[in-house]
Design a protein around this ligand. Structure first.
Ligand SMILES: NC(=O)c1ccc[n+]([C@@H]2O[C@H](COP(=O)([O-])OP(=O)(O)OC[C@H]3O[C@@H](n4cnc5c(N)ncnc54)[C@H](O)[C@@H]3O)[C@@H](O)[C@H]2O)c1
Length: 364
C-alpha cells in the first residue's frame, strides 16, 4: 500500500493522506474509524456505484461498530445540481446527520464534487472522506479540495474549497469501470506525464500493454505517481492562483470542445485533443521540438484517445467557446504551453490566427 501526504502550505495548514492499494475495502473502513472524527458516517454514491460497492462499504463500517448509512442519487453529470444538493440535504436531516457526522463520497468525480460541496455547506461544514472509484477521480478530482455543482449557465459555477479528511483509493474498483470511463482517466494520467516528464512519461510509453490489461500493480505505480504530482502541486497552491494552473494542460481547448459538443464528446477525448493542440501551439510559438508533440500524440493514440477533431465541429465555434471559458481573466485566455515534455509554463493572450491554424491542423 502506498501513502502520500498532502501538506497544504498556503491558505489552510491542513494535512491529509492519500492511501492507495489493491483490494483494501476493509483497510479503508479501518482508516475511517481510526480517524475518530465523527459519530455517524453517511456514504453518498450514485445509483450504479451504490449497487456495486455501497453495501460492501456500509457493511465494512458497521462491522467495526460504526454508525453508517448509504444514500444514493441518479448517476450522471446532471446530478451535480442544486436540486440534488437540496434532496440529499433532506435525506441527511431524515437520517439525523448533525455536526458530528461525516460524509463519505464513494464514486467518480460527480460524486466527489457533489458530496464535497454538500459537506462544505451542510450545518456550515462537516468532514468528507473521498473514496474515488473512477480512474479520473483517483488521480485527479478526489485530491485538492475543489467541489462544485453546475448551473444552467455552465459547469462548476457554484463551488467551494473543502479539503477531504483522507483520500482512500482501492484500485480494485477499476475492474468494473467501463472502457470509456477508464480512457477518461488515462487522459489525465498522460497529462501528469507531460507536465512532469520523466520517469512517468517514459513509463507510460513502455507500459501501454499493461495499461490496456488494467494490470493492478502497474496501475498502482502510475496512479501513485499521478497522485504525488497533484498532491505536490496543490500543497503549494491550494487555491489555483498560479502553479496549480499547469494542471490545466490540455484543458483550455479541451473544455471548449466539451462545451460546444454539449458534453456529448467525452472529457478524455476532449482533453486528449486539447493536449495535442497545446503541444502543437508550443511548437509553432515557442520552438518546441516537433518530436515531443509526436510522442504525446502517439501515446494518446495507442491508448485509444482521440487525436483528430471531427469536421462538423467548426473552428469559429471553438474560438467562441474559448472566449467564454470561465478560467479566462478579462480578455486573456490562459494556455499551458511546453518548452519540452516536463517543462510547462502558462501564457495568456495567444493570437487567434495561430490558434485557428493549429485547430485546423488537427482535422482528420
Ligand atoms: N474537483 C475537481 O478537482 C475535479 C477535477 C476533474 C473533474 N471533476 C469533475 O468530475 C466529474 C467527472 O467525473 P468522472 O469522470 O469520475 O465521472 P462520474 O462520476 O460520472 O463517473 C462516471 C460513470 O462511471 C460509473 N462508475 C464509477 N465508478 C465505477 C466503478 N468502479 N465501476 C463501474 N462504474 C463506475 C458512475 O456510476 C458513472 O456512471 C465532472 O463533473 C468534473 O467536473 C472535478
Amino acid at each position: 500500500m502506498n501513502q502520500i501526504n498532502v501538506r497544504l502550505q498556503t491558505t489552510e495548514s491542513k494535512h491529509y493522506k492519500i492511501l492507495i492499494g489493491y483490494n483494501i475495502l476493509e483497510t479503508i473502513a479501518k482508516n475511517i474509524r481510526d480517524a475518530q472524527i465523527a459519530g455517524h458516517y453517511i456514504i453518498i454514491a450514485d445509483d450504479c456505484v451504490a449497487r456495486l460497492y455501497g453495501s460492501k462499504l456500509t457493511r465494512a463500517l458497521c462491522d467495526l461498530d460504526l454508525n453508517a448509512h448509504l444514500i444514493d442519487f441518479p448517476a450522471g453529470e446532471k446530478s451535480k445540481s442544486f436540486e440534488s444538493v437540496v434532496r440529499l440535504s433532506k435525506m441527511l436531516i431524515e437520517l439525523g446527520a448533525d455536526r458530528k457526522s461525516a460524509l463519505i463520497a464513494l464514486g467518480g468525480g460527480v460524486t466527489g464534487d457533489l458530496a464535497g460541496f454538500l459537506a462544505s455547506i451542510y450545518m456550515r461544514g462537516i468532514p468528507v472522506f473521498q473514496v474515488p472509484t473512477t480512474l479520473m477521480a483517483q488521480v485527479d478530482s478526489s485530491i485538492g479540495g475543489k467541489t462544485g455543482i453546475n448551473l444552467p449557465g455552465g459547469k462548476n459555477l457554484l463551488g467551494t474549497f473543502h479539503q477531504p479528511e483522507m483520500v482512500l483509493t482501492d484500485i480494485k474498483f477499476l475492474e468494473t469501470l467501463p472502457d470509456n470511463e477508464y480512457r477518461n482517466g488515462l487522459a489525465e494520467v498522460v497529462k501528469y506525464g507531460v507536465i512532469r516528464g520523466e520517469p512517468l512519461f517514459g513509463k507510460l510509453e513502455k507500459g501501454v500493454g499493461l495499461i490496456q490489461d488494467r494490470n493492478s500493480s502497474f496501475l498502482d505505480e502510475i496512479i501513485t505517481a499521478s497522485c504525488r504530482i497533484k498532491a505536490d502541486i496543490v500543497s503549494q497552491d491550494d487555491r489555483e492562483k498560479d502553479l496549480r494552473r499547469i494542471l490545466n494542460f490540455g484543458h483550455t481547448i479541451g473544455h471548449a470542445l466539451e462545451a460546444i459538443s454539449g458534453y456529448t464528446i467525452s472529457h478524455g477525448a476532449c482533453v486528449s485533443l486539447g493536449m495535442i493542440g497545446a503541444a502543437r501551439l508550443s511548437e509553432r510559438l515557442y520552438g518546441m521540438d516537433p518530436e515531443e508533440g509526436n510522442r504525446i500524440e502517439e501515446l494518446l493514440n495507442v491508448l485509444g484517445l482521440k487525436n483528430r477533431i471531427a469536421s462538423e465541429v467548426s473552428t469559429n465555434d471553438i474560438l467562441s467557446a474559448l472566449r467564454r471559458d470561465k478560467k479566462k481573466e478579462g480578455d486573456n485566455i490562459n494556455f499551458v504551453m511546453l518548452r519540452k515534455i516536463g517543462q510547462p509554463f502558462v501564457v495568456g493572450g495567444l493570437d487567434d490566427q495561430v490558434i485557428r491554424e493549429t485547430i485546423d491542423d488537427l482535422r482528420g
